[in-house]
Design a binder for this molecule. Sequence first.
Ligand code: CAA
Length: 388
Amino acid sequence: MKYDLTEEQLAVKEAAREFAQKELLPGVIERDTKMEYPAEQVKMMAELGFLGMMVDPAYGGGGMDTMSYVLAMEEISKIDNSASVIMSVNNSLVCWGIEEFGTEEQKQKYLTRLATGEHIGAFCLSEPGAGSDATSQKTTAIDKGDHYLLNGTKNWITNGGTSDIHLVMAQSDQDKGHKGVNAFIVETGWDGVEIGAKEDKLGIRASDTHTIMYNDVKVPKANRIGEDGFGFKFAMKTLSGGRIGIAAQALGIAAGSLELATKYAQERETFGKPIFKHQAVGFKLADMETEIEVARLLVYRAAQMKDKGLDYTVPGSMAKYYAAETAMKSAVEAVQVHGGYGYVKEYHVERLMRDAKITQIYEGTSEIQQLVISRNLLKKDLYSPVII
Ligand code: CAA
């Protein structure tokens, strides 16, 4: 299917595919094994404009639409999901959050460097006791007049050890619950910002995930994003867009798994013919292709709704939920098609299978997406079985 993409969108997709094949594929297995951050490749992504794709060119970005971003994420995620999560967090959580809700001063000071990839950002919402239950923030930011005093611990932070800027959510007024939460731009070089050890993860192993501690960090008032108490809404609104990025990552994992499985099935012979010609394999691939196409429709629809200025929260959750489930299923099936070869690193599908799992967890678990989708049902005008 062609999806009626513009010349520009097709060019972005092609550029991302080429970059992924030429620059990410060599070394991807080694970086994954050694948990080695793809520093050189991130630099190249910055040069190609992949780190601030949707940011206004006035702030150093590419001025592209969400659809282009999703296409690039899909292609890069077929090959390297450590690179694509770095890209996703920087684009749709950090750059988007500052561009949409930051002051002009914040944009001039922080956004331009983030959009060009000179600086990398992290999004610090999750805590040891606040993952899915994000309103239970224990990190505090106490108003001290001209600054806030930030104290607490954040967990599972992507780009945790390599970022220059953190967007940190913290509780300023416990009595107000989530309406007391604020969001701040924190520079990692400030006194009191302490980076914990790098996590040894199942998948996306080359990405840089850390616990972060804030010990009496002085955050200037000018670094608060939005009005007092806007922090939780800021996090939710930003995550609504972020989830489209992760949905595109999951779509890439699923589509990459299918590409590898289809290729292998044509080369590998058993019982005198390529395994592709055995129905047990061919039908598996047919199911994968069909489910991936459904995921693609959901992901592209969510991106297009965002581009059209429509409400994309529920479409984004549907896209992330379905694409993540499809990624997991497709990657498992791709390993199965490869048989024993699928279980070893050099055939790439075992890595995609490990990477797929995180798409069901971060930026809102599959169950959180189901919660968002099911709650929305209550807002619908439902047919009544009672005849009036
Ligand atoms: N947009 C705008 N506002 C929203 C919103 C959205 N998408 N979702 C919720 N809100 C608002 C609600 O309207 C409500 O506001 P009011 O009180 O003014 O009416 C407020 O936020 C609280 O919402 P709820 O009452 O629905 O709160 P809840 O506790 O019942 O549920 C939740 C909220 C949807 C479960 C939320 O906590 C959530 O999304 N949890 C998952 C958190 C998450 O995705 N974490 C990912 C971490 S970041 C990450 O993974 C990045 C990385 O490094 C890769």
